[in-house]
Design a protein around this ligand. Structure first.
Ligand SMILES: *Cc1c(COP(=O)(O)O)cnc(C)c1O
Length: 374
């Protein structure tokens, strides 16, 4: 188990892998670091440049090129990127209302509150686990919505667009994915945020990238992100990404299409292994990057049974988000108002799917899936 897997907010309950199984335990997630990556970081360290510098700029350029015509700003985390997206739009410290899905990382609440805005927590759709546009008031327009492409499933941006003045795509789980019309996720909204946390599609340990469609917003973000931007004084925070981390992210970003293709192959392999009585993950569509592979059990009893079966085979299956971590619960709001998310947390079984999974491990996962009980 890697240290980041022990982070309870990120990975749900700790796995019990003491039951008899064949082969060493397979973690729920883990980073892929290649010799190429090690060489890139070594080169950065040898260069004598440790702070944010030429490699950070090269990473920004690589994102700006892939997501043309967006403007890119490397940041210290996905959370920082979300905060800066709101500040860049001029919403900082205004108390503006920002809609976020309840099934998500508590970083969403942290980012909205750190920007001095007011979170409005919204239930999700059953199929894609993304913010349900039907739950937003038809009459009033929101200041902003943060649309999370949960587990790589594209949020319904066309339905959300008319409902908010600012549309921020949270692509922390969807780098390399596309929506149903083939548009790259992260290139559709006014702003988009990526995370390079250890378990994301690509990683730098920590870090992130913010894309802005508006050049003026991007310039405002620079002022807020970089204390070295001294021409206009405004209270701000250091949200820079250091060069060695940028070197690692850039090395991985160059392999992005291969990483995504490998994830798709794993997802297809798992789906082919499922017994006839178990449906493949709902919402898993072509063009997506399968960030998680989540089966949906009928109820909590079946969820626990499936998790028990997989863990007995040494596979760290995970329910992901316990009910108490749903954002509406974190804010003390009524669970009855969020029926879909409440049901989803008690039926989700997430199976290990990550780029560093070896062929032998994938084979074991597939075999355990085939043996899932009724
Ligand atoms: C990981 C994640 C974040 C936060 O990113 P950090 O880099 O950990 O701050 C935000 N939103 C989603 C959907 C995430 O998965």
């Amino acid at each position: 188990m890697t240290s980041q897997e022990a982070h309870p907010q990120r990975t749900g309950e700790p796995a019990t892998t003491s039951a008899p199984h064949h082969g060493p335990p397979i973690p729920h997630n883990g980073p892929l670091v290649t010799e190429e990556d090690i060489a890139a970081v070594t080169e950065a360290l040898r260069s004598g440049w440790l702070a944010s510098g030429p490699r950070t700029a090269a990473l920004e350029e690589a994102f700006a090129e892939r997501f043309h015509p967006m403007h890119a700003c490397a940041v210290s985390s996905g959370t920082a990127g979300l905060t800066l997206a709101l500040r860049g739009a001029g919403l900082g410290d205004t108390g503006a209302t920002v809609a976020v899905p309840t099934y998500g990382c508590s970083a969403l609440l942290d980012a909205v509150l750190a920007a001095g805005c007011t979170p409005m927590v919204v239930d999700i759709t059953e199929r894609t686990l993304t913010l349900d546009p039907e739950r937003l008031d038809r009459a009033s327009r929101l200041d902003a919505v943060i649309a999370v492409h949960t587990h790589g499933h594209p949020a319904d941006l066309d339905a959300l667009r008319p409902k908010a003045a600012l549309l921020v795509e949270d692509c922390c789980q969807s780098l390399g994915g596309h929506d149903e019309q083939g548009r790259p996720l992260g290139g559709i909204g006014d702003a988009a945020v990526f995370s390079f946390y250890a378990t994301k599609v690509i990683s730098a340990g920590e870090g992130g990238m913010l894309l802005q469609s508006d050049r003026a917003a991007w310039e405002r973000v620079r002022v807020h992100q970089d204390p070295a931007a001294r021409e206009i004084y405004t209270p701000r925070f250091n949200h820079r990404l250091p060069d060695p981390a940028a070197a690692l992210a850039l090395s991985q970003f160059r392999r992005l299409d291969r990483i995504v293709a490998h994830r798709r192959t794993l997802a297809a392999r798992f789906t082919a292994a499922l017994p006839p009585h178990i449906a493949p993950p709902p919402g898993l569509a072509p063009g997506q990057v399968p960030y998680r592979y989540c089966l949906r059990a009928a109820d909590r009893a079946q969820q626990q049974q499936w998790i028990g079966h997989l863990r007995a085979a040494g596979i760290s299956a995970d329910p992901l988000i316990p009910a108490r971590h749903l954002l509406h619960r974190q804010l003390g709001l009524e669970p009855q108002e969020y029926p879909v998310a409440e049901r989803v947390v008690d039926s989700t079984v997430s199976v290990p799917l990550f780029a560093a999974l070896t062929d032998e491990q994938a084979h074991r996962v597939a075999a355990a899936l085939t043996g899932l009980p009724d």
